[in-house]
Write a protein that binds this ligand. Sequence first.
Ligand code: UDP
Length: 486
Amino acid sequence: MATKPEDLHLFFIPFMAPGHMNPLIDMARLFASRGVRSSILTTPLNYARFRSTITRDVQSGLPIQTHLLTFPAPSETRLPENCENVDLLPSRDLTPLFARALSLLQPQIDHLVRTLSPDAIVTDLNFPWTAEIAEKHGIPRILFNGSCCFSMALTTAVYQVLPGVNVSSDSEPFLVTGLPDPIYVTNEQLPIRSMRHMNLTEFFNQMREADGKTMSVVSNSFQELEPDYVVHYEKQTGKKVWTVGPVSLFNKDFESKSTRGRKSAIDEHLCLSWLDSKKPKSVLYVCFGSLCHFPNSQLQEIGLGLEESGHPFIWVIKESDSGGLPDGFEERVEGRGLVIKGWAPQVMILSHGSVGGFMTHCGWNSVIESVSVGLPMITWPLFAEQFYNEKFVLNVAKCGVGSGVVRGCDWGEEENIGVLVNKERVRDVVSWFMGEEDEEVKAIRARAKRLGELASETVREGGSSYENMGLFIEDLLSKKRERQNL
Ligand code: UDP
């Protein structure tokens, strides 16, 4: 009879994009740290990114393993060779083919479930077809939605009010009723609009159908951060929502923080000594996530604005965007500004005492990683649910300031949008936020600090995320016992 965590075996199936893989892999490690046998299912090129982390975990005795899935060949997928992750796709137009390629993994996963008999599947929301597998084998499907309860609740609430919305332009805000706070959005900010070129109707229908076959939801958030929205989202979905985050806090030592996600483009020790040389809370960290590409014109404005602000900064840009830096930029800011071209060790940087703020695109992971270490944010959303996350940061958690971006762009079209924020605005918002503190900034910093303290407490024994994990394991064990008794 299943009575202890060791009696459970869970499958974790992360969607192949950094913002989805990072948290779900941390979650698998978190479960393993509580004694649950955790198996991550992924493809070889994705595994290569986190192999060293899992190897260290195994060496330290965690019951965690990876099962490799063969990514379908280009002849089947019509994708170029080696496109096993969204960040490897040469064009966003290939996303539907990528989603189709992932659905071809279904028989392999079905086979693994049949042969290894896990007790539940913890799956990314982008894999609605996992519902069929779970149903067929009579095991629970747990949904990992990748975002916060606020944004999930707002998404549903927007759909409910949209038919009655009467605005004269796409930039006119309308009130989304029915939520714990009055939240205003515009048509231009809706996630669905940023993906309208992708024809997602069928996919959304599949997700809705899969929802009906889902037992509960696991979220990389925490109770104290958004108590009203956890409850609200539970009511909307009719399912238990287990908040177990911030999962990035599972990375405690320098090595796991600095290698989280993949190998950095910068020597982590070099980055550390650069940070060590700066005054406490003096550095602004600027990063727009793993997928966004800016046009050269916008890169120039960001660079010049950071330069004119006079504050120390770390600015992460895509390697392929490095030609867009202002002429002579790196020489001029040398010593004060560090440009990382490619993957940055974000979790390590954010947790360093010299960092005092984060200019972010508001991907949920970036937001929760910032919150988890008590850092206030300058928000610069672009697409998907990033405007919703921004509203959470500015209006609900009140731990950031806006950069002034008011409209979203199509995902993959960031290159075509021109300049959204000019260098004067970048300079002014950075100077205000990082400089001699006025009362508003002080209050924002204090709130961010308090949230960071709550985040540390919540993952400690006795904290709500820690305890939720225990209750969640208990719930899965009781479901297993029910099956055993049948
Ligand atoms: N990330 C990182 N280094 C980078 C860029 C991103 O470590 O140079 C990580 C970041 O810590 C986060 C994830 O990649 O865990 C990005 O997820 P997020 O939801 O913030 O944005 P997305 O990339 O999905 O737009």
